[in-house]
Design a protein around this ligand. Structure first.
Ligand code: ADP
Ligand code: MG
Length: 396
């Protein structure tokens, strides 16, 4: 990436404020999925090994701009200490007198973890005063929170404007993989899109149609396309406001856009409900389409296995229920084997898609799994992410 990297900074003996993405799920005071903590470790270790003193800050959940015991960072501190094997000094504030005193008195070993940035109303408003107070705690700023880079907040933008700033290793990796997909992908490039809504992903569809050789569409969004084509879609999820747009996209895309040939239908979204596979022109009026069928998995596999670049966002069906998870599983396995057997570059983005890949235990087979759901999609749309834009260019 063309932004200044943490590797370009002289960090020895410096206090480095690191914006990490520790927005992890917590249950009964314990972190239930530590992926994001693990993905932040390379930058933290890099800094410690070079004699820097990292001060970490993140948001967690959606507290309403004030302290909320449900969202304190303590469980994260505990997990981080286990994974890092270094002391974690957890503070009960992020700024102000208490935080300043604690940082002044810190022996510099391990890391400091500040309290949840969203306990402060200024965070989401990118408030200058909060940004000043945060900047006062450190000499340098490193942004490693790709998952928060689509938000112009105090910890992502305000601080970057007030301290010598650089990208962390994870943020760099995220942007490099997404740039690789968007800018000069090895061909053929197959993009796979699914999930619930066309409306969420219009920008992504348009952007991918501009760069990919094939766009494979599954998930609920295919029914909006089918309805636009005049097919019976029964009770399937559909967005009637987007029929015209779907028509236009199909016209523009031509053969690039590949829709399912068969779907799995049922009466309702429920574990154990009776499911059947039908052709896409044979959906019974009283049923809903909840997964792509085996014929579609086969068709998509052919495109995926010959691809050199693959980008995937959005499950192919209601993968949370076993009866409707086969399409997503088939596609995940195809992407995994293309990555390992034919060395294709595979990039997975989106919260639910990543959850599906993890559920199948295939995450290590993919080239890159994005930690940023919304951020990765906005990046693919071609939007500037404020957190990335706020970092100085290389050599600047
Ligand atoms: P991501 O988080 O990867 O971007 P989305 O949030 O767009 O994905 O969509 C994920 C959701 O879409 C899942 O909860 C899944 O159950 C739902 N979904 C996929 N296919 C269908 C379908 N045919 N009918 C209803 N919901 C679906
Ligand atoms: Mg989602």
């Amino acid at each position: 990436m063309n932004k200044r990297s943490v590797r370009d900074l002289d960090v020895r003996d410096k206090r480095v404020l690191v914006r990490v993405d520790f927005n992890v799920p917590i249950k009964d005071g314990r972190v239930t999925d530590d992926t994001r903590v693990r993905r932040a470790l390379p930058t933290i270790r890099y800094l410690i090994e070079r004699g820097a003193h990292p001060i970490l800050i993140s948001h967690l959940g959606r507290p309403k701009g004030e302290p909320d015991p449900q969202y304190v960072m303590d469980p994260v501190a505990e997990r981080l200490e286990e994974l890092l094997g270094e002391p974690v000094l957890k503070l009960y504030a992020a700024v102000g007198h208490e935080a300043e005193r604690a940082v002044e008195g810190w022996d510099g070993r391990g890391v400091v973890l500040l309290e949840n940035s969203r306990f402060y109303p200024g965070e989401t408003k990118n408030d200058p005063e909060l940004s000043e107070q945060l900047a006062a705690l450190a000499d340098l700023y490193v942004d490693d929170a790709f998952g928060a880079a689509h938000r112009a907040h105090s910890t992502t933008v305000g601080v970057a404007e007030r301290l010598p700033a650089a990208a962390g290793l994870l943020l760099e990796e995220e942007v490099d993989y997404l740039d690789g997909v968007l800018e000069d992908p090895e061909r053929p490039f197959a993009a796979i899109l699914g999930g619930a809504k066309v409306s969420d992903k219009l920008g992504v569809i348009r952007s991918l149609l501009g760069v990919a050789d094939t766009l494979l569409v599954g998930g609920a969004m295919c029914f909006t396309f089918f309805k636009a084509r005049g097919y019976e879609i029964g009770e399937s999820l559909v967005e009637d406001d987007y029929l015209e747009e779907a028509h236009r996209l199909m016209d523009e895309a031509g053969e690039k856009l590949v829709l399912p040939v068969d779907v799995v239908v049922a009466d309702r979204i429920e574990e154990g409900v009776e499911a059947q596979t039908v052709g896409v022109d044979g959906i019974p009026p009283d049923k809903m389409g909840l997964d792509i069928g085996p014929g579609t998995v086969k068709l998509f596999e052919e495109h995926i296995s010959s691809a050199e670049t693959i980008f995937w966002n959005g499950p192919m069906g209601v993968f949370e229920i076993d009866a409707f998870a086969k399409g997503t599983e088939g596609v995940a396995r195809a992407v995994a084997s293309a990555s390992t057997e034919s060395d294709a570059t595979s990039v997975i983005g989106g919260g639910d898609s990543v959850a599906a890949v993890r559920k199948l235990g295939l995450e290590d087979e993919m080239s890159h799994i994005s930690t940023g759901g919304g951020a990765s999609l906005e990046y693919i749309e071609g939007k500037q992410l404020p957190g990335v834009a706020a970092l100085p260019e290389k050599g600047a």
